[in-house]
Structure formats: C-alpha cells, structure tokens
Design a protein around this ligand. Structure first.
Ligand code: DGY
Length: 329
C-alpha cells in the first residue's frame, strides 16, 4: 500500500519535520519560498492525506474539494488561522491544527523591538550614522519618546499579549488591556488593568495589537479609533494587517496626528501601502514576528507531530476542532 502523502506548500525548516519521515510518510514539500499559486495549491493537495499550509493558503471548500476524501488533517504553520475555514473542515471530518505557544516569546520580542525602534528613532539614527554626514553629538538630534514608564495598551490579552505585558513590566510600564473577556492571570501576573477599547486608546502612550483577525476585529483601528489616540502615541501591529485601516493610518502618520508606527503585518501582504513606504516615522518588517531559527523549527515540529498524531488514528493538543471531529466518529 502506498504511504500517505503529506503535502507541504512551501519550504519549511527540515529539522522540524523528522517525525513525518520517521513515520514513513511520503513527504512532498514544494521546493519554493514564495506563496503557492492557487492552481498549484489545488493540484498539490489532490490525493493528500495531510497538508501543511501557510497563512497565504486559503483553505476553503474549493481546497477541500480539490484534496478529496482522503484528506485527514490541515496543519497551519502559524498560530493565526484566519485563512482556514475551520467549520468547512469540521463538516468533512478534516482536523485543523495550528502552532500555538512556540512562537509566543519570539513574537513578543519582535513587538517590543518595533516599539523601541519607533520610539527611539533607531531607523533614522542608523541612516544618519551610516550616511557619512553625521556631524557629531547634538543636544536636539533625533529626540524620541521614552518607553520606560510610559503606558502600554494591549489589545488582545492572549498568550502573545501576555508575553508583551511581561516585557513591559521590566520597563516599568503600566499596562492597560482590552480583550473579549477579562484575563485574571494577566491581571495578577503584571497588574494589567482591563479597560474599554476607547479608554485604552485615549490613555495609552503605545498601543500593541495582539488580537486574531475576525469580522469583529477587521479595521478595529480605523480613522475614528486613531482620533482617540494621543498624537504622541505609537501603534504596534504584529498580529494581522487588516486589523488596521492602513489608509487612515498613513493619513494620521503623515499629518503627525500619531507619533509613529511599527508594523510587521499589512493589509494586502506582500503589498505594502505606498504611503507607508514613504514615511520616516514608521518601522516596517516583512511579517517576521516568529522568524527565529528555533521558533520556526519548533513550528515545523508541531505541524509534523499533529500530522503524525492524526494520521495514526489519534489527535494532538494543537488540533483546533478535535471535539467536532470526535463527534463525527
Ligand atoms: C502566526 O503565527 O500567525 C504568524 O503570523 C506567522 O508566524
């Protein structure tokens, strides 16, 4: 009997995929780093028992039809899974897994790196120091904003939001948060204060977004929300681009109605709004929140382990729809 085929839509760190090879599966990893074109994706999933997808791969009825009835699991190589129609998968008995926990610290580090870089104008400082035109220390040169002691507002107090809050504590930052429901652990651990979104926007010196993309969070930060923020405030987004109305953000940043922004994610990736590319009060990163060797390898390992678990008749802790799948048995 041929071994089950596992289709992986892009190159992943091979060190994390050992479990798939050890289990004897036919591992078919697309030999490319770019997003898989739709037609190639639909052809690739055909006949697969498992697919490891990325956030650029839309998993919907068309995908599931193309895969056929042998598909048992889709594992998304990300903690966010807004690209996956989980209900459609559940209806067909296809398990869906993601990669929680292992990328929490790396993503929180990245959010903080962006915050510090924007506040302390690291990008402009680098450009000046490297230009050959720096004329020496000046009392009024590249004055930034203090991070230490300033108030941080966290939108979405889940695992990553909580890890950002812990970092904020080391910077003596009072932490406000807004979440679908209160998070007593974060309140106890870092003294975070639960507030409405409006209070958070009004009171924070920096706002960091860590909510998933859903119809409710789409354009959560729009022109009206930005108007509520302090003109001296900084916006950080390492979650999903469409949480922010980029046109409104560009408008506010160019009109200096907002101090700056650090963005790791964009509305139409990989397209970056041309207005953002022209501004100097932004630090832009190409969706690299989880991009460390250790983290990306651990993400691959989680995908491999969930795949092995489900294909060998069991499950895995990171299967999102385990209850729905079990109820079909
Ligand atoms: C995620 O995990 O959701 C990131 O956006 C990719 O690391």
């Amino acid at each position: 009997m041929p071994s089950a085929r596992v289709f992986i839509t892009r190159r992943l760190p091979v060190a994390g995929l050992a479990a798939l090879h050890d289990a004897g599966f036919d591992v078919d990893m697309r030999a490319a780093d770019d997003a898989c074109p739709r037609d190639e994706l639909l052809a690739g999933v055909n006949g697969a028992a498992a697919v490891v997808t990325l956030l650029s791969d839309r998993v919907d009825d068309e995908f599931l039809d193309a895969a056929g009835t042998g598909l048992r699991i889709v594992t998304n190589y990300a903690v966010g899974y807004d690209n996956v129609d989980v209900e459609a998968c559940s209806r067909r008995g296809v398990a869906v897994a993601n990669t929680p926990d292992v990328l929490t610290e790396a993503t929180a580090d990245h959010a903080f790196a962006l915050l510090l870089a924007v506040a302390r104008r690291v990008r402009e400082g680098h450009a000046l120091a490297a230009s050959g035109n720096w004329r020496g220390w000046q009392p009024l040169q590249l004055l930034g904003r203090d991070v230490s002691g300033s108030t941080l507002g966290i939108v979405g107090m889940g695992r990553i939001g909580g890890a950002v809050a812990r970092r904020a504590r080391a910077f003596d930052m009072p932490v406000l948060y807004h979440n679908r429901r209160r998070n007593p652990d974060a309140e106890a651990a870092v003294g975070a204060r639960f507030v409405t979104l409006d209070e958070l926007l009004v009171e924070s010196d920096a706002v960091s977004l860590h909510a998933p993309l859903t119809p409710e969070t789409h354009h959560l930060i729009d022109a009206a929300a930005i108007t509520r923020m302090k003109p001296s405030a900084i916006l950080i987004n390492t979650s999903r681009g469409p949480l922010v109305d980029e046109a409104a953000l560009v408008d506010a940043l160019s009109g200096r109605r907002l101090w700056g922004a650090g963005l790791d994610v964009f509305e139409q990736e990989p397209v970056v709004h041309p207005g953002l590319r022209e501004l100097t009060n932004v630090v832009l990163a190409p969706h690299t929140g989880s991009a460390t060797e250790r983290t990306r390898t651990a993400m691959a390992r989680l995908c491999a382990e969930a795949t092995v678990g489900v294909l060998s008749g069991g499950s895995a802790a990171n299967v999102l729809n385990a209850a729905a799948i079990a109820s079909r048995r």
